[in-house]
Write a protein that binds this ligand. Structure first.
Ligand SMILES: *Cc1c(COP(=O)(O)O)cnc(C)c1O
Length: 388
């Protein structure tokens, strides 16, 4: 295989049947058959690499994982039913009671719930650093700290965290570095280049790209993935073959889609910067972004999420959403359809105001997942809603 991202995404085909089909068929089968007793024994003993049961592996999930492994320059991986199954199973497999996590304060809502509501049940505590205070990380590390965890760019405030710095700290303190790379996608950023041990994806977002299926994956170091695989084949969060088939197909077009997403998002960000009703705009590839230099170092392009602040607080945010005509009001992101959300009144409404402010969710903050419609139509809709 070459190093060409697009070529691998399209040309990687791990299975072909006796019918010589050009594109990979769907292997909707829960289990697999063996030639004889010896074949079955050897397969179960892992002396042969054979599919046994689709909770363990399936040709469709293996192909999807193989593509992702190549894109992220990882050793191996495992695919999950959802991004959260991937997040939970990684922690579940690698942590013991009494272990400690250091994580960025701005993480996906359900990941935050794992840290605050569920992991304490197993005596696993988490300490948090703020996105703009990475210098505080080393002070949070304890003798029982095992994992350093972050997302970048963050949700929904689109802050950028220095992956090279995280890699250095993890190495120095012998921590496992886990990066949720969902907002960047494997096309824009490869955390393993900066020292990450494992890269987690919600495939539901840019990887699917059309808001149809759920999925997740973890790729990285082979020994760690082995632990995660064994945990998962027993606990059962596997990706369905159908979703894997859809997502492997989606990866074929990831590069071209994400290129256009980023082109549209940069135009949206520049348009908003000049709009009188907008007080601030955050987009990693705008020079005004506080971590612009870091973003340029670690990302190919700026991604498809733009966060902006409307003058007038919560009420102005709600008014803006009500005036939107074409864009969707939806909780998803990374879709071909442009989506706007108002985190303060929806996804993050349960947080106290001070907690919201700490992760950059001000009352007038709007998150826009810029899609693939004509840029003229996207700008027209945002403009008329701002002026309404
Ligand atoms: C959506 C998302 C997840 C969870 O993925 P699901 O597929 O919805 O379970 C995790 N991390 C980030 C950054 C996300 O955006």
């Amino acid at each position: 295989m070459t190093n060409q991202f697009e070529t691998n995404a399209i040309r990687t085909q791990t299975e072909r049947t006796q019918f010589s089909e050009h594109s990979t068929p769907l292997y909707l089968t829960s289990s697999f058959v063996f030639d004889d007793a010896e074949d079955m024994r050897a397969s179960f003993a892992e002396e042969k690499q054979k599919n046994l049961y689709s909770r363990f592996s399936n040709p469709n999930t293996s192909e999807f994982v193989e593509k992702l492994v190549q894109m992220e320059k990882a050793e191996v991986g495992y695919a999950f039913a959802t991004g959260m199954a991937a997040v939970f199973s990684s922690f579940g497999a690698l942590l013991n009671a009494g272990d400690h996590i250091v994580a960025c304060r701005s993480v996906f809502g359900s990941t935050h719930s794992l840290f605050t509501k569920y992991f304490p049940k197993w005596n696993i505590e988490t300490s948090y650093f703020k996105v703009d205070e990475p210098e505080s990380i080393e002070g949070l590390i304890q003798p029982n700290t095992k994992i350093l965890y972050a997302e970048t760019p963050t949700n929904p405030a689109v802050d950028v965290i220095d992956l090279a710095l995280l890699g250095e700290i993890a190495k120095k303190h012998n921590l496992l570095l886990l990066i949720d790379n969902c907002f960047a996608s494997p096309y824009l950023q490869n955390p393993i280049d900066f020292g990450a041990d494992l890269v987690i994806h919600s495939a539901t977002k840019l990887i699917d790209g059309q808001g149809r299926v759920l999925g997740g994956a973890v790729v990285g170091n082979a020994d760690l993935i082995r632990e995660i695989y064994l945990f998962s084949r027993n606990t059962g969060p596997a990706m369905s073959p159908f979703n894997a088939w859809v997502l492997s197909k989606s990866l074929e077009t990831l590069a071209v889609r994400v290129d256009r997403h980023c082109e549209n998002a940069l135009q949206v960000a520049k348009f908003l910067e000049d709009h009188p009703k907008v007080t601030t705009v955050k987009y990693p590839f705008l020079e005004s972004h506080p971590q612009y230099e870091i973003a340029k170092r670690q990302m190919r392009l700026g991604g498809n999420i733009v966060a902006f602040q409307i003058e007038g607080g919560v009420e102005a945010g709600r008014k803006f959403l009500n005036a939107i005509r074409m864009c969707s009001l939806s909780a998803n992101l990374g879709d071909s359809r442009t989506i706007v959300t108002h985190p303060a009144s929806t996804t993050h409404s349960k947080l106290s105001i001070s907690d919201r402010n700490e992760v950059g969710i001000t009352d007038g903050l709007v998150r826009c997942s810029v899609g693939l419609e004509s840029i003229k139509d996207i700008l027209f809709d945002l403009n008329q809603a701002l002026n309404a």
